[in-house]
Ligand binder design. Sequence first.
Ligand SMILES: [Zn+2]
Length: 66
Amino acid sequence: MDLQKGIPSDKETTHEDVVKSLNTCCLCGTSLEFTHVTHADVHRVQEAAKCPSCGIQTKVNTFILQ
Ligand SMILES: [Zn+2]
């Protein structure tokens, strides 16, 4: 799979695009610190992002592992 930079497609949003858009604080632009908690027993990963500057935490995303 080729790397695509700069031009997000209209319909397909990759995980990479989502991460990139969520990678900075919406308030101050500081790079967020991500925390991943894996729940192997239920095949899920919880992702939380926190701004080290503001101290805010974005909503937790849950990914279901296959
Ligand atoms: Zn911030």
